[in-house]
Design a protein around this ligand. Structure first.
Ligand SMILES: C[S@@+](CC[C@H](N)C(=O)[O-])C[C@H]1O[C@@H](n2cnc3c(N)ncnc32)[C@H](O)[C@@H]1O
Length: 234
């Protein structure tokens, strides 16, 4: 049987799970993340949850195929963390879902402020960052991962007070001098191109002046961040 391999996105998440963790993988689908970590003795146990039966069946199949013992991984059908108790997880991964769904799941499980959270939103990143900061979480690392032509961002989050973020930081995350984040520069350039296209499209119509000014300020903020990032790489 072939070894279970993870894609770069899931591998980057796996790399951030602490040795010996009790992992909850929310929206587990194939359960690749917990099975990979259990096979390498990287975690002591896992709860793999999903709101749909089909994905959960696929997860059970992965565990069976790779011979993961039943006492190491529990499969739960539930909305978010509704079927997971705080004592079962010190690390929670919520990956491959929209940012607003991720905030709803965390909002319904306040015990997650005591856990290490690995979040990989597919959309609504500014809204997710804003929600985290307004609800007693603090964002540590923001790692950019490239898979194919797409960029993904992994947020490492714990409970705690947050500093104020600018609109551009809410959009692409805070950057820190010296951080190990090889795809960050290309990601910033990609986001700037997208905002430029959106702005050009907006200008072809009759945009509301306030919205236009906000978009222009955001674009300028992103350009300033790109400039700062480039200066740090010299
Ligand atoms: C795109 S897959 C992501 C799978 C895996 N986490 C990954 O990142 O590769 C999203 C999964 O989240 C599940 N899901 C959607 N809403 C959910 C919710 N409210 N609670 C738990 N799981 C949910 C879906 O059924 C699906 O299996």
């Amino acid at each position: 049987m072939r070894e279970l391999e993870l894609t770069p996105r899931l591998m980057a998440i796996a790399d951030q799970v602490p040795q010996g963790a009790k992992l909850a993988d929310v929206g587990t689908d194939h359960a690749y993340l917990p099975v990979y970590l259990l096979l390498r003795d990287r975690i002591q146990s896992a709860v793999a949850s999903d709101v749909n039966e089909g994905p959960l069946q696929r997860g059970r199949e992965t565990a069976r195929t790779y011979g993961v013992p039943g006492e190491k991984i529990a499969f739960r059908i539930c909305d978010g963390l509704a079927g997971v108790e705080a004592y079962e997880a010190d690390t929670v991964a919520i990956c491959g879902m929209g940012g607003e769904l991720i905030s709803r799941i965390l909002g319904a499980a306040p015990w997650t402020k005591e856990a290490l959270l690995l979040l990989q939103p597919m959309s609504s990143q500014p809204e997710l960052r804003q929600w985290l900061m307004a609800n007693g979480y603090t964002i540590g690392r923001e790692q950019v991962v490239k898979e194919g032509e797409k960029y993904y961002v992994i947020l490492t989050v714990t409970g705690g007070a947050s500093e104020h973020y600018t609109p551009a930081e809410l959009f692409v995350g805070r950057q820190r001098e010296g951080e190990d984040n090889p795809h960050r520069g290309a990601y910033l350039t990609d986001q700037i191109r997208r905002r430029e296209r959106a702005l050009a499209g907006m200008k072809q119509g009759t945009p509301d002046p306030e919205t236009l000014a906000r978009e222009e300020a955001l674009l300028q903020g992103l350009k300033d961040m790109e400039k700062e990032w480039k200066a740090w790489q010299r």
